[in-house]
Design a protein around this ligand. Structure first.
Ligand code: 5GP
Ligand code: ZN
Length: 114
């Protein structure tokens, strides 16, 4: 666990969150400031700074994040209507929290990116 990392604290249960999924590798919870009717964050339980810090040994974890995203999308009723997975990376990528996370957004028609 990284000191002063908000998502490490959520994973450890030190900061409350509206959790939707948890297993040995990942934790998923509702974003505190949702930008869509469905806005869930899927985070590794392990502290990884960002996509810029991923290594080949993280590949099973990274693949698992997609499987969990699909499962949560089904449970929250957006698998058929569609959803978007976003991983902001670094300053230009708009990353605010430096603990790798995947946004799962859905429940409305999302605008084009860029
Ligand atoms: P980023 O901009 O780094 O891709 O996304 C960070 C996300 O984390 C933002 O959407 C923000 O609303 C969310 N967030 C920040 N702090 C908290 C928190 O304490 N709890 C929850 N549930 N979400 C948070
Ligand atoms: Zn962390």
């Amino acid at each position: 666990m990284a000191q002063d990392c908000i998502f490490c604290k959520i994973v450890a249960g030190e900061i409350p969150s509206k959790q939707v999924y948890r297993d040995d590798l990942v934790t998923a919870f509702h974003d505190i400031n949702p930008v869509a009717p469905v806005h869930v964050l899927i985070v590794p339980n392990e502290h990884i700074l960002s996509v810029a810090a991923v290594k080949p040994e993280h590949e099973p974890l990274l693949g698992h994040m997609f499987t969990v995203a699909r499962q949560i999308a089904e449970e929250l009723g957006v698998a058929e209507s569609g959803f978007r997975l976003v991983v902001n990376t670094g300053s230009d990528g708009g990353q605010d929290v430096y603990h790798l996370h995947m946004h799962l957004l859905g429940g409305k028609r999302l605008g084009r990116l860029g």
